[in-house]
Design a protein around this ligand. Structure first.
Ligand code: PEP
Ligand code: MG
Length: 590
């Protein structure tokens, strides 16, 4: 670790992804492929090679056991069982025997021989018909990767090995990486790639962990142990910050803290504008463990429960009982406030580990409802679990990535089928549970009149809607600057969605990231949003602001902004309006 000022300060600029300022040692996380050394041994070197192998086995055993114990205490014994399977793979005597024979016969080094043998095993298991046996491929892959790491003597870059209070520096972070992070161990994270709406960022926001993304080459400039300062408000990272810089940011952080305290003063007051227009402010969550925050910020409900969080943490497809347990806990804890469960939205940047996974990583590919409709066994399990949880609260369900009527009807038909099954089995559920569709694909946005006739509510997923409208991949840092919520195309589309849904008498909530952006709240209220759902951490500021806002003025703002041609003009107008509403506080908030 370096002392402030002992090395040259370097400032890099990225995209502000999750607010807050932190200072701490970097942990550079690389998910690089291993390079396996390949060389001939002398006869006399063979025994030493086996000793290395044994030593690496011991280290790997200790690592797997440590992860197993951590998962067991954080997530439960059921989730930890996968690591028992890993230990069995590690100590499989047939595999070890084959490796040692290969070393003796070929006289190649142990890493090479071990890798050759496990590749043969993986090829064999992949060719099996049986799904259970196929799944063993991932176990072998995980275990062999760990063992090879230990054999080659690389620094272990597992996120689990990170020092407490570190800042994660990575080229990217997948939602599975973030799901596996010990939330109490890291202070913040920064990535080379990504945009404001990548899912690891969304998760950081809900965990209230400062993050900066799209830094391009942070992983080249920063080494593990370097002291870095992350400003998640303005998207700045300072490597080896000077004392003056730390002081300056310390002041900024304490001003922000004062502001946060001010925002919290209106938390238990109603979510309404100055003239009494109600606008429920709800939380986006991914699991029951985030529910405490929902209560802390007095949210009016859960506007988006991203059910895939449960699947990612589980590393597979949880059973109906496991899902029911989670959904039911959330529904009951909400004490009558609405909870909107969004059915499984995997694919894109949310990929479930294992060969069983069939959703693909393209944002325009086989994901979300497309995946669920083609894998009815998986979908039916989830629909049954959601339905069963509806007896204990105000539960609603919505389908992601609906592109048109046909998908909506097919999803609803499956919901009906799940109801019929539950009825036959005598299992209770709320037959009147409301059903909604997410509007996040332009084809859905253009057919609101058709979709609205068949749902109880709509929810605007602006993260995806904007990426598709503007053809800007949510994760690609090279085009992240083109991702523009203030673009006239986006504003016109939103306005038209609200107008058409309201003519059909259907309420529209917003659950994409703009719902938590203080600059957009006036616009969304003015356009007629019926609720906003956001990361819980953002809710206090939104409520404080909403309560100072006048509906008529917000409507005037919409009219004015819709006439503007340039997104920068739009943002300047929104900023100006925000400052006027906020008054003197805006000087610090800005
Ligand atoms: C959205 O697309 O706006 C949304 C809320 O869904 P997700 O971010 O999970 O894709
Ligand atoms: Mg989406």
């Amino acid at each position: 670790m370096t002392q402030p000022g002992s090395q040259d300060e370097i400032i890099i600029k990225g995209i502000a992804a999750s607010p807050g300022v932190v200072h701490g040692p970097a942990f550079v996380y690389q998910r690089n492929e291993l390079e396996i050394p390949h060389y001939k041994l002398e006869e006399t070197e063979i025994e030493a090679e086996f000793e290395r192998f044994e030593q690496a086995m011991l280290e790997t055993r200790a690592e797997i056991t440590a992860v197993r114990n951590k998962v067991a205490s954080n997530l439960g014994e059921g989730e930890a069982r996968i690591f028992d399977a890993h230990l069995m793979v590690l100590e499989d005597s047939a595999l070890i025997e084959e490796v040692t024979t290969e070393v003796r016969e070929s006289r190649f080094n142990i890493e090479h021989c071990y890798n050759e043998v496990v590749q043969r095993y993986m090829a064999f298991f992949s060719s099996m018909e049986d799904d259970y046996l196929k799944e063993r491929v991932t176990d072998i892959q995980d275990v062999s990767r760990r063992l090879l790491h230990n054999l080659i003597g690389l620094q272990n870059t597992d996120l689990g090995h990170m020092e407490r209070n570190s800042i994660v520096v990575s080229t990217d972070l997948t939602p599975s990486d973030t799901a596996n992070l010990d939330r109490h161990k890291f202070l913040g994270f920064i990535t080379d790639t990504g945009g404001q709406t990548s899912h690891s960022v969304i998760m950081a926001r809900s965990l209230q962990i400062p993050a900066v993304v799209s830094l391009h080459d942070a992983t080249h400039k920063i080494r593990t142990g370097d002291m870095i300062l992350v400003d998640g408000y303005d998207g700045i990272v300072v490597i080896h910050p000077t004392e003056e810089r730390l002081f300056q940011f310390g002041k900024l952080a304490s001003e922000r803290q004062k502001l946060d305290a001010l925002y919290r003063t209106s938390l238990d007051l109603p979510s309404e504008s100055l003239d009494g227009t109600k606008l429920p402010l709800m939380s986006n969550i991914e699991g029951m463990d985030e529910f405490a925050q929902v209560d802390q910020v007095c949210a009016d409900g859960v506007g988006l429960f991203r059910t895939e969080g449960l699947f990612l943490r589980h590393h597979g497809y949880p059973t109906e009982e496991q899902q029911f347990e989670e959904y039911d806990a959330v529904a009951s804890s909400a004490m009558g406030r609405p909870v909107i469960f969004r059915t499984l939205d995997i694919g894109g940047d949310k990929i479930i580990d294992g060969p069983n996974q069939v959703a693909d990583s393209s944002f325009m590919g086989f994901r979300a409802i497309r995946f669920c409709l083609e894998t009815p066994d998986i979908f039916m399990v989830q629909l049954r679990a959601i339905l069963r949880s509806s007896t204990h609260g105000n539960v609603k369900v919505m389908f992601p990535m609906i592109s048109g009527l046909d998908e909506l009807r097919r999803a609803k038909a499956m919901l009906e089928q799940a109801k019929t099954e539950l009825k036959k089995e005598g299992k209770p559920f709320d037959d009147t549970m409301q059903v909604g569709a997410m509007i996040e694909i332009p084809s859905a946005a253009l057919t609101i009149d058709l979709l609205a006739k068949e749902v109880d509510f709509l929810s605007l997923g602006t993260n995806d809607l904007i990426q598709y409208l503007m053809a800007v991949d949510r994760l690609n840092d090279r085009v992240a600057h083109l991702y523009e919520p203030a673009h006239p195309a986006v504003l016109r589309t939103l306005k038209q969605i609200f107008d058409q849904a309201h003519s059909a008498g259907v309420p529209v909530g917003v659950c994409g990231e703009i719902a938590g952006d203080p600059l957009f709240v006036s616009l969304l209220l003015g356009m007629g949003a019926d609720s906003l759902s956001m990361a819980s951490a953002l809710l206090p500021e939104l409520k404080y602001f909403l309560r100072k806002l006048h509906l008529k003025r917000a409507q005037g703002l919409v009219e004015a902004v819709l006439k503007l041609e340039d997104p920068n003009e739009v943002k300047a107008r929104l900023q100006h309006f925000h400052e006027q509403v906020l008054g003197p506080v805006a000087v610090i908030a800005g």
